[in-house]
Design a protein around this ligand. Structure first.
Ligand SMILES: [Mg+2]
Length: 480
């Protein structure tokens, strides 16, 4: 097999034999369809901001700017205090902001690290839609910080308003209509999407679409993306055995909604469906128990690919034993940086080895000093040895002082090296999957919930349909 770059690989948390996978399901948004994030989030940000002003928030807010580089996925939002947090796998808050004001170590400790921390009290930024929403929240919090009293609401109330209006922007079509009017501005084509789907189909796999988007939007986006891209699959529906829209994940995996057939020729009218799912027909809603029954498949024969840990991955794996592939788009850039910054990481590791060696020397000197002191104080010590011990202790203490200073300098140098490396990933939050050298909460979640992860679904094209994907225990898969 050709040597793959990090961003082309699929990483394995749980071993999977692709030969035993009968069908692969795909989420649509951010899995099959990639968006131009800056354009898309900018649109969502401003459409929602309009609703704030229309509902009585200060007109001045219209000047708020969308910053595409501030919020990243995996952060937590403290809605009560208007703070944004990056947390490690042990729930320790490593970086925190109030609006755009960075909180220092003492403030982080007072608010979070010195007390019990329940991640459930906070909201996780875990979808791409949440990025623009969180960005807008942080901008309004920052406005409130700079202009006390101008908005007479608590941070929690502001967040509630935001939630309501962002949902409305998605429902009333103010975002979708604009996307569909100018798809090339908002949608990015993965040049390998068609090859990947065809390879899976040729490899004997059935492909299905399971999306929360409605029929009208799904049809428009998929038509733009896949129609007339391959001579044997002229229409996008030709690729998919089953098509399910408005699935309502994660409730699809916990609920009991029936399937409705979408009458595609009749403006998407819905008709309650009974009996097996008919290939190529379009279904609305439904649930996973019924899906397995009607398509005569078992959980471990299905590999589902999605970008949302909660919506796509957690429940499908936990309740139905579906195999899961999480698509983490941002890793595409992170992995390229990881490769480029490999020499920096090696430098850090070497510096840590030197630090550990120094620590051992300091420890040995401390033990030696207490040993000399104990012997000096001992009642069995010969009187004439007094000065000999004192001289020796003084020598050791001088040596210890020197080593401690070197250790301190080394410690600072390592901190600086780590911080410089982190800033190359992201100037504020660092690497997505890590905080310093430890796993971030997001990294830990990916490891715990997804069987496989990758930066693009089209990475599947590099693997054979009967490949045994093996997991390596104890190290993070992308370290290898
Ligand atoms: Mg999605």
């Amino acid at each position: 097999m050709q040597k793959l770059k990090k961003h082309q690989k699929i990483y394995v948390n749980r071993s999977i034999n692709m030969a035993s996978i009968r069908s692969l399901g795909f989420d649509m948004d951010h899995t099959l369809v990639l968006y131009n994030r800056v354009n898309f989030e900018n649109l969502a940000f401003h459409e929602t901001l309009k609703k704030f002003i229309a509902n009585g928030y200060p007109e001045e807010l219209a000047s708020l700017k969308f910053d595409p580089n501030f919020v990243i996925r995996g952060l937590l939002v403290d809605r009560e205090r208007g703070n944004l947090l990056k947390v490690d796998a042990h729930k320790y808050v490593k970086v925190a902001f109030h609006g755009h004001m960075k909180l220092d170590k003492a403030a982080r400790s007072e608010l979070y690290n010195s007390r019990g921390f329940k991640a459930d009290d906070f909201l996780t930024v875990d979808t791409f839609f949440a990025l623009s929403e969180t960005q807008l929240y942080i901008e309004i919090v920052d406005y409130m910080r700079r202009n006390p009293g101008k908005i007479q609401k608590t941070f929690t109330e502001v967040y509630k308003d935001l939630r309501e209006w962002i949902d409305l922007s998605h429902q009333d079509g103010s975002i979708k209509t604009k996307v569909l009017m100018e798809p090339s501005k908002y949608i990015v084509r993965d040049p390998h999407l068609v090859d990947t789907l065809v390879k899976l189909i040729d490899g004997g796999k059935k492909i299905f679409l399971l999306t929360n988007s409605d029929w009208a939007y799904t049809n428009s986006v998929m038509t733009y993306l896949l129609d007339n891209q391959h001579e044997e699959f002229q229409q996008w529906q030709d690729y998919f055995e089953y098509i399910i829209v408005s699935a309502g994940k994660p409730n699809f995996f916990t609920g009991t909604n029936p399937f409705y057939e979408v009458m595609t020729e009749q403006d998407g009218l819905l008709k309650l469906h009974r009996g097996p799912l008919v290939p190529k027909n379009v279904y609305h809603g439904g649930n996973a128990i019924l899906f397995e029954k009607l398509t005569m498949q078992k959980g471990d024969q299905i590999l589902y690919c999605g970008d949302h840990i909660y919506g796509d991955i957690m429940r499908s794996k936990e309740l139905f034993n579906w195999r899961t592939l999480l698509v983490v788009e941002e890793l595409y850039d992170d992995f390229k940086k990881t490769e480029k910054l490999q020499p920096e990481l090696e430098k850090i590791m070497e510096a840590i080895t030197v630090e550990e060696d120094l620590q051992a020397q300091v420890q040995a000197l401390r033990s030696n000093i207490s040993n000399q002191e104990r012997r000096h104080k001992s009642k069995h010590r010969a009187k004439q040895d007094e000065s000999k011990f004192l001289v020796r202790i003084a020598e050791l203490q001088a040596e210890l002082k020197g080593k401690e200073e070197t250790l301190e300098t080394q410690h600072k140098a390592i901190k600086e090296l780590i911080s410089t490396r982190e800033k190359q990933f992201h100037p504020v939050w660092g690497e997505l999957m890590r905080t310093s050298l430890e796993k971030s909460r997001f990294g830990k979640q990916i490891e715990s919930y997804a069987c496989l992860y990758t930066s693009r679904m089209s990475a599947l094209r590099h693997y054979s349909c009967s490949e045994k994907l093996r997991s390596y225990r104890d190290v993070m898969p992308h370290d290898l």
